[in-house]
Design a protein around this ligand. Structure first.
Ligand code: ME8
Length: 518
């Protein structure tokens, strides 16, 4: 059986509607999941919503709804968005799911059996917006003198009896983990931050709450619900059937990649591995903290009025265009900025005018002038083999980069293959050869069809529908990496009598939406 590959996104707080940051994270994870499937891995891909905690309870109260009803309604917006963006998840988990309660209570019990949990009184600062505790030293003063968390959110003083997790005990094991596994935290800048933080010493962590009841009940401790991050992180295990270690999906643990944003790296690389070590569960192989998306370079905020609904962007530009833009424009791991102009410019230059035009011109010429029959071998020249070689290198470049999560660089490598094709067309000028040298025209078009097929397969994880459409037009069925390398495909396919129908453009040109242009 193929090698398993388990990838997860963060589970998103549905206290408000999904925003572009949520869409970005799902799209990036989806491209990686699709890429790994093409590489032949047996992929499990999980995303979902994080529905417990004080933030959700307060948001429900503000809407005058029962918390569960509010959670049902709000989670559905995330589910709809995932489907709208063509996210190929295997499971959309909700932390209110029954099996998730079982998993959370099982890991709790395992940490308790280890002797890592104890009751004490917690007094300290808590940010509801971050659902996080902070030390006094981490806080700063806001404009009106109120205290703010490092994320700039308000904190409040809380005091209650809670269960504590002996996080301090795991300081050295965590440092050893980072030292032995340089890829455990990526990118490098995040790794350095986390190592400095842990080297500074770890306090034990308050892991239950008694002041509200919207959470997973702590086993054997009436009145306590788990701190929302304990249950939230456990979602990754729930997806593999934990605590059953022999179930259908247990082969997917340990996870290969937790893809999350830079603001929650500490939870995933300090708390989460410490919980797992305590419960004697193997650790995930890698955590990648992506950057934040900014609108025209500014942080999204309701007061600035620049919170853009991802569904509206998808309606305006198309899902594949949006996917391409995010993955190409943002150097993965760093912050990135988006605007309507930037989307239109990038997509038109690289997809519509370059790859789209290449495919459309070539395929419609064949449909019209050869009656759709795939070109014959004709009279080959050295430049044909040279082009195929450049395209092979471009596709391999994408693969190597994607393997390393360098998504933008991978697409850039792919673009070099597209540009090489466009140069080849300009030099070989097949349209001019129709009357003067049909033999040579056949060879040129044949080379282009081979190149277009390889490029379309390679870019499938990024633009699955549009690239799939080009491949459908070509009648190219196999779409995994082995198919890119299959050089025998063309002649077998041409000999089968396949005929191209007149194609419709797979990568339409975008126009600036009227209101954004104003
Ligand atoms: O943190 N750009 O949920 P969340 C890019 N429930 N990514 C962004 C972003 C932006 N502007 N804003 C947020 C939570 N994100 C927890 C996670 S996981 C066990 C629990 C990312 O809805 C953010 O970094 O606040 C996180 O990875 C994800 O969106 C969900 O954020």
């Amino acid at each position: 059986m193929a090698d398993p590959f388990y990838i997860t996104t963060a589970i998103h707080y549905p206290n408000g509607k999904p925003h572009i940051g949520h869409a970005y994270e799902m799209i990036a994870a989806d491209a990686i999941a699709r890429f790994q499937r093409q590489a032949g891995r047996d992929v499990l891909f999980q995303t979902g919503t994080d529905e417990h905690g004080l933030k959700m309870a307060q948001a429900a109260r503000a809407r005058g709804l029962a918390t569960r009803d509010f959670a049902d309604e709000m989670s559905s917006h995330f589910h709809v968005m995932a489907d709208r963006l063509n996210i190929s998840y295997d499971r959309f988990i909700r932390t209110v799911d029954t099996d998730h309660y079982a998993a959370s209570q099982a890991i709790w019990q395992a940490m308790s059996d280890k002797g890592d949990l104890y009751l004490d009184r917690y007094e300290g600062w808590y940010s509801v917006r971050d659902e996080a505790f902070y030390d006094e030293a981490e806080l700063s003063a806001g404009e009106d003198g109120t205290k703010l968390s490092p994320q700039g959110t308000p904190v409040e003083w809380t005091a209650e009896e809670t269960w504590f997790f002996r996080l301090s005990k795991y300081q050295q094991p965590l440092l050893d983990l980072y030292a032995a596994n340089p890829d455990f935290i990526r990118p490098e800048s995040r790794r350095n931050e986390v190592m400095r933080f842990v080297e500074g010493g770890l306090s034990d962590l308050s892991v239950s709450r008694t002041s509200f009841d919207w959470g997973v009940p702590v086993p054997g401790s009436p009145g306590h619900v788990m701190y929302v991050w304990v249950d939230a992180l456990t979602n990754y295990l729930t997806g593999t059937g934990y605590p059953d270690r022999n179930g259908e999906r247990s082969r997917f643990w340990p996870a290969d990649l937790h893809l999350i944003g830079k603001d929650i790296v500490r939870f995933h690389t300090v708390y989460w591995p410490a919980f797992l070590m305590s419960a004697d569960i193997p650790l995930p192989r890698s955590v990648f903290g992506h950057g934040f998306l900014l609108h025209r370079g500014e942080k999204m905020s309701k007061s600035v009025g620049n919170v853009v609904d991802p569904g509206e962007l998808a309606d305006a530009f198309g899902v594949d265009a949006l996917r391409y833009f995010f993955l190409r424009e943002v150097s993965f791991g760093q912050d990135g900025s988006y605007s309507a102009e930037a989307i239109v410019t990038r997509v038109n230059a690289e997809l519509a005018n370059s790859f789209g035009n290449l495919a459309q011109r070539t395929l419609s010429f064949i449909a019209k002038n050869l009656d759709g029959a795939l070109p014959e071998a004709g009279r080959a020249e050295d430049m044909d083999g040279a082009l195929i070689e450049e395209v092979v290198v471009a596709c391999a470049g994408l693969r190597t980069a994607f393997d390393d999560l360098m998504l933008s660089q991978g697409i850039e490598a792919w673009m070099r293959g597209v540009y090489a094709c466009n140069q080849y067309i300009d030099t070989a000028a097949p349209w001019a050869l129709r009357k003067t040298d049909p033999e040579r025209m056949h060879a040129v078009l044949r080379t282009l069809v081979r190149a277009i097929r390889m490029l379309a397969i390679a870019i499938l994880p990024v633009v699955p529908v549009a690239a799939g459409k080009v491949l459908d037009q070509l009648g190219a069925e196999a779409r995994d990496h082995a198919a890119i390398d299959d050089d025998g495909w063309y002649d077998a396919h041409a000999a089968s009598g396949f005929r191209l129908a007149p194609p419709t453009p797979a990568f339409p040109r975008l126009e600036m939406p009227a209101e954004a242009a104003a």
